[in-house]
Structures are given as C-alpha cells and as structure tokens.
Design a protein around this ligand. Sequence first.
Ligand code: F6R
Length: 366
Amino acid sequence: EKGGFDHFMLKEIYEQPRSIKDCMRGRIYPEKGLVQLGGIKEFAEKLKNIDRIVIVACGTSWHAGLVGEYLIEEYARIPVEVEYASEFRYRNPIISEKDIVIAVSQSGETADTMAAIELAKEKGATIFGICNVVGASIPRLSHAGVYTHAGPEIGVASTKAFTAQVTVLTLMALYMAQQRGTITQSKLIHLLTELDNIPTMVERCLLSNDSIKEISAKFKDARNFLFLGRGSGFPVALEGALKLKEISYIHAEGYPAAEMKHGPIALIDEEMPVVFIATKNSSYEKVISNIQEVKARKGKVIAIVTEGDTVVKNMADFVIEIPDADEIFLPLLATIPLQLLSYHIAVMRGCNVDQPRNLAKSVTVE
Ligand code: F6R
C-alpha cells in the first residue's frame, strides 16, 4: 500500500508530479490562455465586483492561504486577508454579503475552519471551499468550491495536499484575473504554459533526494532551525519549519528574511542551521544580504537556489537546486526539497514520520 516506499509521507512526496497534474486536469487550456473552474463559475460575475477576499484555514492549509494572498493580490488585484480560522471565529469579524470567504482544508473536517465559515455565512458572505476530501463537511457547508484532487493523504504531515491547494489557489488567482481583466492574454498564455510544465519541474526537484539525504545527516542532531524567505518564499519558509517541527521534533521557526534583524538574529551562532529560500526572483539580491548577515555570525546556511546559481553557492554551506520558473510558481517547487529535508531528518532521528506524537490527521476538536 506504500507502493514500495518506506513511509506514506515519502510516497506522497513522490506523488506530487501526478497529484499536481490531476489538480489541473480539465481546468487549464494553455494554448487558448483559458482557465476554467466549473465549481465557482456561477460566481464569475460576482468576482468582477468584489472588494475583498478573506481566506480562513489552519496549519499547513493556512500557509497555502498565504501563498494564495500573494497570487490573488498580484494577478487579480483583489485585497486578501488570511486568517487563522481559530482567531477569526472568536472575534467579531467584519464580514458582509460583499465578501468572499475561502476556506482551505485538506480533510474538510477541521472544527475551527468549519466554525469560521458558519460564522461568515451567517454574516452573508459567499463561501468557497478548497478541499481534498470529496463530500466532507466543509465542501457541504460551502456555496461553491474547487476540489484539490490530490488523492487520499495518509501521512499526518501534509505534503501533496499542500501543493495541490497552492495549485488550486494559483488557478483561482488566474481565473479571477481573467474575469476581471487584470492580466493580459499573452501573460496568461505564458503562465499557463509554464504551469502545465510544473509537474515535470517537480520531478526534477525530486532528483535532489540523495543530496538532501546527505545534508540531512549533517543536521539531524540540530536543536533548532530557522527558515527564511521573502515574498512568496515566506510562506514556504513557514511550511518548511512546520514540517520539520511536527515530524522530527526539532524546534524550527519560519520568518520573513528581513525580520531577522528585528530579533531572531540574536539566535545565530555556529550551531544554528538557517535554511534560505534564495532563488532568482525579485527578492534575490535582498536575500543574498540576509545570507551574508548569517554567515558573518557563523550560522550554517542551507540554500534553495535556482539551477545554475553560482553567487549563493559561493556563500552557502549547502545548496539545493530547483528549476528556474516564473516567480508565481516558486512555492510549488521550493517546498519539495523542504519536505524531503524534514522527512530524512525525522527518519534519521528514529521518529514515526507518518504518525508523529500528539498529532491527528483531522482536528475535529477546537
Ligand atoms: C501539517 C498539518 C496540519 C493541517 C491542519 C489543517 O502538516 O497537517 O497543520 O494542515 O490541521 O488541516 P486541514 O487542512 O485538514 O483543515
């Protein structure tokens, strides 16, 4: 049932080229520059006029929401707020019938996320669900939605569900941009053509598995880890840190790289591994300065870089390459090596990666 893999988590990491492809099937037409999302098409008109989107989720799904914020604001130019469902539900949130609330959930049964959408529904909002489990409670409570179609996820640590959620949010952002006319047709064709190629690029990311395993062996006894990124690399950093802490029990924090100097830099010494998302995109130069700041304090740098990068390679202790792609797709690629890193470290520490202590696959209590 684990298809020859030692753990479900590893199997699910390796399923991502296929799960991402399944998620896009029938939804994108690159040559026509067209995105179709049957699940939300009856709201196409509403999408043209909305002023705001609120995304509610927990854990890894909340990280996907942060990526969604970046994508929707960039391409559809709609202001987005991303909320922890558990915080949103216990405030008196300002929500009206003009708002769209998107609930992101692998299981579709997370108690806090369900309560958040019930509250938003009472206030008249339109609810979209992004869910993996077909027919679960969240899709049933939603007015419309888009399934991720990643297939059953058994490992408690979410991997393929995350990349599928990010894929759906990418499709939604481009769909909204198309409806609202905030993207040119040629740009849309370009992005959809590249998106179509992401499964192949994810396959290339998986080829780094052996070198990631070697790096993991060097850091398996670390007591702390920092993960730093900027822009859409920031949610990737948060996700990398969450994955490591939940399965290896190493304390890890994700931060926007620029925030380091406002506190976390005090933690850096020769014992501190720092993982940087340092690919060639709009924040590349800035991230390089942050790497210098860490190296100046003798921190150990593991950098996720764009294939062929030489600048970061000369500064970092270890680099892991990912294919070059448009910045919009960074989270789909940069997350893969981080999943593998936490997996190998956890296995080397003798942890139960598929069923980490104290965690459950769906959190049906608040
Ligand atoms: C992390 C993880 C959890 C879930 C969270 C939300 O690997 O699995 O953080 O992401 O409990 O669960 P869903 O997405 O089912 O609502």
